[in-house]
Design a binder for this molecule. Structure first.
Ligand SMILES: *[C@@H]1O[C@H](CO)[C@@H](O)[C@H](O)[C@H]1NC(C)=O
Ligand SMILES: *[C@@H]1O[C@H](CO)[C@@H](O)[C@H](O)[C@H]1NC(C)=O
Ligand SMILES: *[C@@H]1O[C@H](CO)[C@@H](O)[C@H](O)[C@H]1NC(C)=O
Ligand SMILES: *[C@@H]1O[C@H](CO)[C@@H](O)[C@H](O)[C@H]1NC(C)=O
Length: 514
C-alpha cells in the first residue's frame, strides 16, 4: 500500500516538502554506484546483443529500430557514460565502431533532425574526445589511435550538417536530408530549443580544430534569439516566444516556457557562460533576465498544494498551469546559475523546483513521474479559461497530489533526477541522494523487462504496460546523473565552491570548458 500524502500529514511524517533545513550530510556510496553501474551494463548488453549497430533497442521484441539516421545512436550516445562509469569493455567496443560510421550519407532516404543529431552524436563524440585525452579516462582505451577518430568523426559530422545553416538568416533548417543528396527540407520556422542548443557543441569543435567557422554558424543563429524581434515576442524580459522565422529572423509567436521546444535554449545561456565567462557575458545577462522573469511570473502553486512550485507555460503575459517531465531540468539549471553567479536566490529557487517536481514521482502508483501534467493555479481566478478544474476522475488525485497527469507515459527520461543531482551537489544534503535512489529503485522495479529496460505507458497505475523502446538518453543521461550522485569526488562533478572545468551538454555529455 502507498500512503497518501494526507495520511502522511496526519501521521506527522510529511515535513513541508520544500523549506530545506540543513539535513544529514551525504557522501559517496560505493555500493549504490556499483548497482547503478550494473544497471548500465545490463542496458548496454541488451542493446549490444540485439540492436547494435542499429540505433535503438526494442527491448520487448529483442529487436531494434533505426530512428536516428541508422548511425548507431545508442552506441555513440553511450560512449561518454561508458567512460564516466569506467566500463572499459563497452568503451572499447564503441571506440572500434566510431571510425566505421559514414556521416556523409544515410543508408536510407529520410529526415535528419539537426538538434537530435547535434546533442546525441556530435556532443557524444566531442565529449568522448575531451574525456579520453585526459587521465584517468585514457587508461580505459586499448587502441589509443581510436581516440583521435572521435574528433575526426565529429568534424566529419559537422561538415556534412553545416549546410543546414545556409538560409537567408543563418537560422538553420531543423530538418535536413543527406540521401539521395544533401537537401534542406525548407522548414519555414525553427524553435528556440532546436536552434539554440547548438552553440556549445559547434563552439567546442571550433576550439578543438582552430577553425572558427563552426562557432560562427551557431552563434550567428543564436543572435536572433538573444535579441528577439518584434518586442511583443518577449512578454517579460528574457522570456521569448518559441518559433522564429527562418526567412527573416522574427519570432512568430509569444508563447513559451521551460519545456519542449524551448527548454535547452535557456539551459545553454548559462552553460555558455560557464564555457567562457568573458566571451559569453551577454548570454549570461539574458539568462539572468529570463531567471528573474521566471521567478516573478511563472512560479505557480497548485490550489491544493501551496507547498509546491511548478513553472507554468505562458501565452503573452497569460500563464497556463501546465508542465512536463522535460521542464523538471529547470531546478538544476537554476542551481547551476546560482553557483556560477554566487546568487543564493537562484540556488534556493532551483532547490524548490527540484523538490517540487520530485513530488510528481512521489504521488503516483509507480513512484515515477508522468510525461505531462496540469494543476489549478492559485495565481489565476478559478475556472478562468486556462485554469479549469481537473476532470472528475482526477479530482481526488489532484486534491492530494497537486497535479494530474495529462500524458502518463515515462520514456526513461533523466530531467527530474538531473535536478536532484544539482540539488545534492549544491546543498550536500543526503535527502537528495535518498530521493534519487528511491526513483532509481522504482524504475528498476517497473521498467526492467525483456532485453533491458522499456518505456512505460502509464506511470499512474501499477503494471500499466510498456512501449517497446529504450531511448539512448536512458544510458547516457539518466544513469550518468544517478551514478555521479553516488560516485567519488572528481573534477567532473558539479562543485559549489571551486571552479568547474567541465560543462554538461543537454544530453549530459561532459565537454571541457575553454
Ligand atoms: C541492423 O542490424 C541488422 C541485424 O543485425 C544488420 O543486418 C544490419 O546491417 C544493421 N543495420 C545497420 C544500419 O547497421
Ligand atoms: C591549434 O592551435 C594551438 C595553438 O596555436 C596549437 O597548439 C594546436 O596544436 C592547434 N590545433 C590544431 C588541431 O591545429
Ligand atoms: C517574417 O516571416 C514570417 C513568415 O515566416 C512572416 O509571417 C512575418 O510577417 C515576417 N516578418 C517580418 C517582420 O517580415
Ligand atoms: C468551476 O466550474 C465547475 C464546473 O463547471 C463548478 O462545479 C464549480 O463550482 C466552479 N468553481 C468556481 C469556483 O466557480
Amino acid at each position: 500500500m502507498r500512503l497518501s500524502y494526507s495520511s502522511l500529514v496526519l501521521l506527522g511524517l510529511a515535513g513541508p516538502a520544500i523549506a530545506a533545513p540543513k539535513g544529514k550530510k551525504g557522501g559517496p556510496d560505493t555500493a549504490k554506484a556499483k548497482a547503478i553501474k550494473e544497471t548500465y551494463q545490463h542496458s548496454w548488453k541488451g542493446y549490444y546483443e540485439y540492436a547494435f549497430p542499429n540505433d535503438t533497442l526494442a527491448p520487448l521484441t529483442k529487436s531494434y529500430v533505426n530512428d536516428r539516421n541508422a548511425w548507431g545512436v545508442t552506441a555513440i550516445d553511450s560512449l561518454s557514460a561508458s567512460i564516466v562509469l569506467g566500463d572499459a569493455e563497452s568503451v572499447n567496443q564503441i571506440l572500434e565502431f566510431v571510425p566505421t560510421i559514414d556521416f556523409t550519407t544515410t543508408a536510407e532516404p529520410g529526415d535528419i533532425s539537426l538538434f537530435e543529431t547535434n546533442i546525441r552524436f556530435f556532443g557524444g563524440l566531442l565529449s568522448a574526445y575531451d574525456l579520453l585525452t585526459q587521465e584517468p579516462y585514457s587508461d580505459l582505451v586499448e587502441d589509443k589511435s581510436l581516440i583521435e577518430s572521435c574528433l575526426k568523426q565529429a568534424k566529419s559530422l559537422a561538415d556534412s550538417l553545416k549546410f543546414a545553416f545556409d538560409t537567408p538568416t543563418g537560422i538553420p533548417d531543423p530538418i535536413i536530408q543527406l540521401n539521395p543528396e544533401p537537401k534542406r527540407t525548407g522548414s519555414q520556422t525553427n524553435n528556440i530549443a532546436e536552434a539554440g542548443t547548438l552553440v556549445l557543441e559547434w563552439t567546442r569543435l571550433s576550439d578543438l580544430t582552430n577553425n572558427t567557422e563552426y562557432a560562427k554558424l551557431a552563434q550567428r543563429a543564436e543572435d536572433y534569439m538573444l535579441r528577439p524581434k518584434p518586442a511583443s515576442s518577449e512578454p517579460w524580459p528574457g522570456l521569448t516566444g518559441t518559433h522564429l522565422s527562418i526567412s527573416n529572423g522574427s519570432f512568430t509567436n509569444a508563447n513559451g516556457g521551460w519545456g519542449g521546444y524551448t527548454d535547452s535554449f535557456y539551459e545553454y545561456l548559462i552553460k555558455m557562460y560557464l564555457y567562457d565567462p568573458s566571451e559569453f557575458e551577454f548570454y549570461k545577462e539574458r539568462w539572468v533576465a529570463a531567471a528573474e522573469s521566471t521567478m516573478a511570473h511563472l512560479a505557480s502553486h497548485p490550489t491544493t498544494r501551496q507547498d509546491i512550485t511548478f513553472l507554468a507555460l505562458y501565452s503573452g503575459q497569460n500563464i497556463i498551469p501546465s508542465s512536463s517531465h522535460l521542464a523538471s531540468f529547470s531546478g538544476g539549471n537554476f542551481i547551476l546559475g546560482g553557483i556560477l553567479l554566487g546568487e543564493q536566490k537562484y540556488i534556493d529557487f532551483g532547490v524548490t523546483l527540484a523538490n517540487s517536481y520530485y513530488e510528481t514521482y512521489r504521488a503516483t502508483a509507480t513512484g515515477i513521474g508522468p510525461e505531462a501534467f496540469r494543476w489549478v493555479a492559485s495565481e489565476l481566478p478559478e475556472n478562468s479559461t486556462d485554469n479549469k478544474p481537473p476532470p472528475a476522475e482526477d479530482a481526488d488525485f489532484y486534491e492530494e497530489a497537486g497535479f494530474w497527469a495529462t500524458s502518463p507515459t515515462y520514456i526513461l527520461r533523466p530531467e527530474t533526477i538531473e535536478s536532484l543531482y544539482y540539488a545534492y551537489r549544491a546543498t550536500g544534503d543526503a535527502k537528495y541522494q535518498e530521493m534519487a535512489w528511491e526513483a532509481y529503485e522504482n524504475i528498476e522495479k517497473a521498467a526492467r523487462t525483456g532485453a533491458a529496460y522499456a518505456s512505460m505507458k502509464d506511470v499512474t497505475v501499477e503494471d500499466g504496460g510498456f512501449i517497446d523502446k529504450m531511448e539512448s538518453f536512458w544510458l547516457t543521461e539518466t544513469l550518468k546523473y544517478l551514478y555521479l550522485m553516488f560516485d567519488e569526488e572528481s573534477e567532473l562533478q558539479i562543485h559549489a565552491n571551486k571552479p568547474m572545468k567541465w560543462v554538461f551538454n543537454t544530453e549530459a555529455h561532459p565537454v571541457r570548458i575553454r
